[in-house]
Design a protein around this ligand. Structure first.
Ligand SMILES: *[C@@H]1O[C@H](CO)[C@@H](O)[C@H](O)[C@H]1NC(C)=O
Ligand SMILES: *[C@@H]1O[C@H](CO)[C@@H](O)[C@H](O)[C@H]1NC(C)=O
Ligand SMILES: *[C@@H]1O[C@H](CO)[C@@H](O)[C@H](O)[C@H]1NC(C)=O
Ligand SMILES: *[C@@H]1O[C@H](CO)[C@@H](O)[C@H](O)[C@H]1NC(C)=O
Ligand SMILES: *[C@@H]1O[C@H](CO)[C@@H](O)[C@H](O)[C@H]1NC(C)=O
Ligand SMILES: *[C@@H]1O[C@H](CO)[C@@H](O)[C@H](O)[C@H]1NC(C)=O
Length: 348
């Protein structure tokens, strides 16, 4: 074979490699097929031959930068999220995590229109784990659900500093709590326990508030993102692509856990007021089962879209998958103070 031809083949091979890189492929406006590693122009795209198409760099296959510690999620983060359901989270701690100590539980009114709509969250600390905890409660009651759906459809997103846009109604809910005591409590704990980690966590609306709390805490210079662990359960999408990318670039330790057909993460995909697609922060961990001890899970390499949990049947009747996480009925177990005997709270 003439050397020119070999050189040409090599050259094409190199160009092929460059074009097959997901980041450069998507940023140059093409579609990357993760299953075949091909970069295809929009005009030549054929969904039959491209099983996993990626058109934004944020979705390029990337493993998480820290390991997913399932035991930690199940035993610690799950109880921390559930304890927000109880006005006295210490009941949950005493039953499940006795080294964890409540600092303050906060309840604020968070709607101008409905006097019964409250937002709740708490701070806690653990001297054995050297961790400060801030966690938020999910939506409770019909009026709060009305406030949330109205906020989503009437107000949509607003700018978040210079890092994209976030849903106003979640930000308003979080800010009500922040200004209603959480900020003061957190500052006090950071003063009392310097060099501790900060764990930020929540379920449902509480997960949306946890996402915004993590972002706001870093933006206000209160804590360094590298010492934070951000974990959400069944979170709606909080912001646009720019916000989600900023969150990913800011938080190395961030997981959003989704239970099977949980409709909440899947229903919140668009700011219809401004016609802006919303994204979840990375990294999605999806359980296509009851989340029993030993059940498998998928650590999603893509961020958000028709991958992993996006392939699940979208079924709004599957609300139980939003309320059960790790095979325990989260609100009821929390209200009861997280009793040791969980058999009455397991998914039938
Ligand atoms: C897409 O690919 C399939 C399978 O190779 C082929 O049958 C089909 O004709 C293609 N569609 C288009 C629009 O080219
Ligand atoms: C919330 O509003 C209700 C009714 O308006 C009022 O009774 C209550 O004190 C308020 N709670 C707080 C924490 O401001
Ligand atoms: C929507 O925006 C209006 C005007 O800024 C504000 O008064 C209202 O409280 C917002 N509603 C929600 C649910 O955020
Ligand atoms: C919304 O945006 C998408 C693409 O970003 C566009 O295709 C669509 O036409 C827009 N819809 C409206 C109602 O503007
Ligand atoms: C949705 O869930 C309901 C309740 O579990 C079930 O009866 C129904 O068959 C499901 N629909 C689809 C399309 O899977
Ligand atoms: C645990 O709770 C179940 C259902 O409430 C009950 O039947 C069972 O006896 C309890 N087990 C223990 C060891 O208390």
């Amino acid at each position: 074979m003439p050397t020119q031809v070999i050189a040409l083949i090599l050259c094409l091979a190199i160009i092929g490699t460059v074009l097959s890189d997901c980041n450069s492929c998507t940023t140059s406006g093409n579609i990357y097929c993760a299953d075949t590693s091909d970069c295809i122009s929009v005009d030549n795209f054929n969904s039959t031959t491209c099983g996993t198409p990626i058109n934004v760099a944020f979705n390029c296959p990337t493993p998480p930068r820290v390991p997913y510690d399932e035991e930690f999620m199940r035993t610690w983060m799950y109880v921390i999220a559930t304890a927000a359901q109880n006005e006295n989270p210490q009941l949950c701690f005493d039953n499940q995590l006795p080294t964890l100590k409540l600092y303050q539980y906060r309840t604020v009114n968070c709607s101008a229109d409905y006097p019964d709509v409250t937002c709740c969250g708490y701070t806690a600390f653990d001297t054995t784990k050297r961790a400060i905890v801030v966690a938020f409660k999910g939506a409770h009651g019909d009026d709060q659900n009305t406030v949330l759906s109205q906020g989503e459809s009437v107000n949509g997103t607003i700018p978040f500093f210079n890092n994209g846009r976030v849903m106003q109604v979640y930000l308003d809910s979080f800010m009500a709590l922040w200004n209603g005591g959480i900020q003061q409590d957190l500052r006090r704990l950071i003063y009392l326990y310097p060099n501790y980690e900060l764990w930020v966590n929540g379920h449902s609306l509480g997960a949306a508030m946890a996402t915004l709390a993590s972002a706001y805490i870093v933006k206000s210079g209160l804590f360094k993102s590298e010492n934070m662990k951000v974990v959400t359960l069944g979170t709606p999408s909080v912001g646009d692509l720019e916000f989600a990318m900023w969150h990913y670039n800011t938080f190395v330790y961030s997981f959003h856990i989704v239970h099977r057909y949980d409709p909440v993460p899947k229903n919140s995909v668009l700011d219809t007021v401004h016609n802006i697609t919303l994204y979840h922060q990375r990294t999605l961990v999806w359980y296509d089962n009851y989340m029993r001890v030993g059940d498998p899970y998928i650590i999603c390499l893509e961020a958000d879209g028709p991958y992993c949990d996006g392939l699940a049947i979208q079924n709004n009747s599957m609300w139980q998958d939003h309320l059960y996480y790790f095979n325990i009925l989260l609100p009821d177990w929390g209200h009861a103070g997280c009793p040791k005997n969980i058999s009455a709270y397991q998914q039938p």
